[in-house]
Write a protein that binds this ligand. Structure first.
Ligand code: NAD
Ligand code: UDP
Length: 312
């Protein structure tokens, strides 16, 4: 199949491309390199079945493809809040353009949505039926509401134009190739511990997240794409940790003497998050296999070697 991956030079997209290339597909990576990097995909550059297009999805594009994995969008709060209007444009105009493309060439379209559609949830764990608690004027809303509109667009194109959609709600994901300056909690804590600077815990660290290793996530994503269920389906690891527990785990694994410092909690930071993955289990036969410490071990080694080579 000829498969388009938007945001393919980013963290999750590049791991997805590795899997698709190994399966023998013809893969087109489309990226504007806002948070992505050629380094993540350069190992495929000489392969005739791989193409890289530098393009911003807020502009339309015409391509002949069978499937679209639509991932293009900055995912870290630091990056999506850098230019919030652009984040909204990417989610709304960008998703509109990619759905228009899917409609024209009759391609199956998978949206990489997010657990952020549940906002600061008051139902725990979060099942797909939960409609969320999002502050529509807060600093996270360019992303949260942007993704909610992206889901709306996908379902309207499905109902109105028969576009063959899949909607996946991704929970916090980590693994090799996260950027040193990504700003997300796993990469921040690992880089800080490796550099010997204090780990920055926001608030009192009692807020929770559930962390999924990237290989598990990509497996769930491909299963959803190639299954009959349109979703939305949560894909994440239900193992829930407080941020303080995460800091202490990374401290123990890298440097037991590493210091922790407490910084102010950002506005609208969700207090708890854990996926209900009953649907993914029953409909896709999927559940995560890699536990936090095993996944962290691989991620720490990746950061260690990149920091040693000045390649972050
Ligand atoms: P990332 O920032 O590493 O990758 C995003 C990619 O999209 C980058 O390569 C970036 O350059 C590209 N991009 C951004 N705006 C673009 C535009 N306008 N045109 C073309 N390319 C553009 O993030 P990631 O962690 O790999 O996330 C991938 C997708 O998964 C995103 O849609 C994100 O919202 C979703 N997601 C990720 C997580 C997570 O924990 N990583 C959680 C929930 C949802
Ligand atoms: N966080 C933290 N220290 C950091 C970065 C993040 O304590 O250096 C906290 C953040 O406030 C949030 C959690 O870790 O409660 C997860 O943050 P991240 O940005 O990784 O993802 P998101 O908030 O989007 O789930």
């Amino acid at each position: 199949m000829r498969i388009l991956v938007t945001g393919g030079a980013g963290f999750i997209g590049s791991h997805l491309i590795d899997r698709l290339m190994k399966q023998g597909h013809d893969v087109i990576c489309l990226d504007n390199f806002f948070t992505g990097h050629k380094r993540n995909i350069c190992h495929w550059m000489d392969n005739p079945y791989f193409e890289l297009i530098r393009h911003d999805i807020t502009e339309p594009i015409r391509l002949e493809i069978d499937q679209i994995y639509h991932l293009a969008c900055p995912a870290s709060p630091v990056h999506y809040q850098y230019n919030p209007v652009k984040t909204i444009k990417t989610n709304v105009m960008g998703t509109l353009n990619m759905l228009g493309l899917a409609k024209r060439v009759k391609a199956r379209f998978l949206l990489a949505s997010t657990s952020e559609v549940y906002g600061d949830p008051n139902v725990h764990p979060q099942p797909e039926e939960y409609r969320g608690n999002v502050n529509c004027i807060g600093i996270r809303s360019c992303y949260d509401e942007g993704k909610r509109v992206a889901e709306t667009l996908a379902f309207d194109y499905h109902r109105q134009n028969n576009v063959d959609i899949r909607v996946m709600r991704i929970f916090n994901t980590y693994g090799p190739r996260m950027f040193e300056n990504d700003g997300r909690v796993v990469s921040n804590f690992i880089v800080q511990a490796l550099k010997g600077v204090p780990l920055t815990v926001y608030g009192d660290g009692s807020q929770t997240r559930s962390f999924c290793y990237v290989a598990d996530l990509v497996e769930g994503m491909m299963r959803l794409m190639n299954n009959e269920h349109i979703g939305p389906i949560n894909i994440g690891n239900p193992g829930e940790y407080t941020i303080l527990q995460l800091a202490e785990t990374i401290q123990k694994m890298i440097d037991p003497n590493a210091e922790l410092v407490f910084k102010p909690l950002p506005q609208d930071d969700p207090k708890q998050r854990q996926p209900d993955i009953t649907k993914a289990k029953n409909l896709l036969g999927w559940e995560p296999k890699i536990g936090l410490e095993d996944g962290l071990k691989i991620t720490i080694e990746d950061f260690r070697s990149r920091l040693e080579n000045g390649n972050t």
